[in-house]
Each structure stands twice: as structure tokens, then as C-alpha cells.
Write a protein that binds this ligand. Sequence first.
Ligand SMILES: [Zn+2]
Ligand SMILES: [Zn+2]
Length: 385
Amino acid sequence: MRTPINAAVLEQPGRPLRMTEVLLDEPAEHEVVVRPEHVGLCHSDLHYVKGALSIELPAVLGHEAVGVVEHVGRAVTRVAPGDRVVATVTPSCGICPSCSRGRPTQCTRVDRIRYRERPKLVTRQGVPVEVLGGLGAFAEAFLAGEGALAKITPDVPSSAACLLGCCITTGFGAAVHGAKITAEDTVAVIGCGGVGIAAVQGARIAGARRIVAIDAVGEKLGLARTFGATDVLLAGSDPEATVRQLKELVTGGVSHAIEAVGRAQTAELAFAILAPTGTATVLGLMPEGERLSIPADALVYGDRILRGAYMGANRFLSDVEMFTDHYRSGRLDLDSMVTAELPFGQINEGFAAMADPATIRIVLGLRAAPNRPSTLDRISQKGAA
Ligand SMILES: [Zn+2]
Ligand SMILES: [Zn+2]
């Protein structure tokens, strides 16, 4: 028996999502039905809405979610109805060689974990509906494997907790699990959107002695300072000038650069601003087929490292506990990262507001009236002014 639920469906890129009824399957053995409380709007979702990334259509996007477990498949043991959970797009099996080596984002059995005989969602007419990242959280309910869900305590408000699902996992994770930053390090974070701000906070909590925020938009630099950047650098159109300015700020270059944009030029910039023995960690997703060009001399003579950190090289199931403790102690500021909270029905307005440089994260409330006044009006008024 399928359950009718309302979902925001992507039918055609470049067009608004359509709020409509779809039918959700029952959970398979290891699956869980989650009723989302809050879901964040991520730039990856926006790329699919605009058509910059492609997905089978129709589709339900949404992958940064916190919610309550409604019911569970008969083999589920880790969570129970009533538990509060955060979801991830990087589930892991726990027993493959990558998982055993502590690299769950490189789990080799993801396809097997995600395999199911029937589509999770279908339209009223029986047409299969794709779900982004195995979730599809822009809906009144979604199905996830139990390995994609981390329990979270009730003291983290859901408007903030949803950020742990993608933005914090990726940015904080890249700083702590990818770059493995320590108190000795000088760090540059390129791109100060939500993920970049999360990387700045990760670097601060890891104890970095300098954190240089780099962005092409001045307003974002001001925000980055409030989250722990010690220095800021406005990137102009000439990357060589940016490299020069960075090396004046931090003599000789930084020991770690984190790229949170997802462009070849900014990934190359991350490598160019490294001191000898430095590491550039690239987390931004790039279009298929994109290539990077780096000077071989700088790589070999300088013992430099260029590495990726897909989804922050996270260890999701234990990371959520770590994030919660840092939030509780006041070190990890999630609340100030939520620029606006909107009702689910205003999802398209939310995507439009992401263009405003003052936006860090916009979250949708799915269950009740927002527990804070919407700040979207303020943003759009400012944008119009
Ligand atoms: Zn995301
Ligand atoms: Zn695995």
C-alpha cells in the first residue's frame, strides 16, 4: 500500500517546482519512513532546479533534512518510531574495505544498499519519480536506508539541525576529516557560502592559527569574519593578484586551502596559494569532465598535495554526535547560519532568495508554523533597494 503525500516535484529544469500529491512506497526491510521537520535549500538542489546538473524527471530533490521516524522496515535495528534523525546522501555499509578503513564516503556497496525493487515514489498515474541522493526530502515524508540516518537529541532545534545533513557535514568535514587541520595550521577557505562558512567554523574549532576567508563578494567576507575568519581577502578577476595578496597576508602561502566553490579556477587558486608542503582540499562538485591544471614543479619540488573531500570525507554516524556537542557548547554556531525560515509552500521563493549574497542557508519548515519570523521579506527588500 502506497501513502499519498505532498511533494515539491521538479518536472522541468528552469521551471518552479510543483507542489503535488505523489505516492510513497512502504519501507523495505532496512528502510525507514521519516517525516521531515526542517529541510535546507542547498546549492546542489538549485543546480538541478536550474538544469546545471541533470537528474531523471520527474524528481523530488531535497537532501539536507531532519525529521522524526514514523515507521521502520522489519530488519531495522538502529532507529525506532519517534526517534529524531538527520539524513545523509552518503550512506555506508560498515563492512566493506573502505568502511573498515574509516572511509565511509567511499563505501563500495552503496548501490547495493540503495537497491530496491520498486520506485520509492510514483505519481498518481503510476509514473516513477526519482529522488535526489536516495532521499527526496522536499516532501511530507521520505524513505531512507537506516545507514543514512543519524539519531540526534531534541536539544538542537530542527531549523538548525537540518544543516548537519549536508552543509556542515561537507564544510566542517573537509576541514577536520579531509584537511585534518591542527593548531599549527594557516588556512584559506575559498568561497564563503554555507559550506565555506562551515569550513571556517571547522578550522576555528580545530584550532587553526590563521583563517583567511576568500570570496568575490565583499558582503560574504563580513559574514565569514563573524564565524571565525581572522583575515579576509576580496578576490578580483585576476587570480595572480589574489595569490600575491594572500602571500602578503600569510607570508609564503597557507598550509591548507579549502575550495568550497566547485570551479576549476578556484581549485587551481587553492593549489596556487599553498606554502611548500601545503595541502589543497577540494570539496566543490564540478561538472562532469572538468579538468584541473596545476604546475608540476610546485607539486613535486614543494611536496604539495592536491586532494578531494567528497561530502567532507565525512563519518556521518559519529559526526552528528560531534557536531551536537560543539553546538551545545556554543562553539559551532548553526543558528546564525539560518538566514531565513519559510513554510514548505514557499520553496520556490526560497530558491529565488538564494541569489542574495546575505543568504547563508534558507530552511523550510514542514511540520508547524515557523518558530522564528521569516527574514525573507528583509532579504528581498534589501535586494530591491
Ligand atoms: Zn547539499
Ligand atoms: Zn561500505
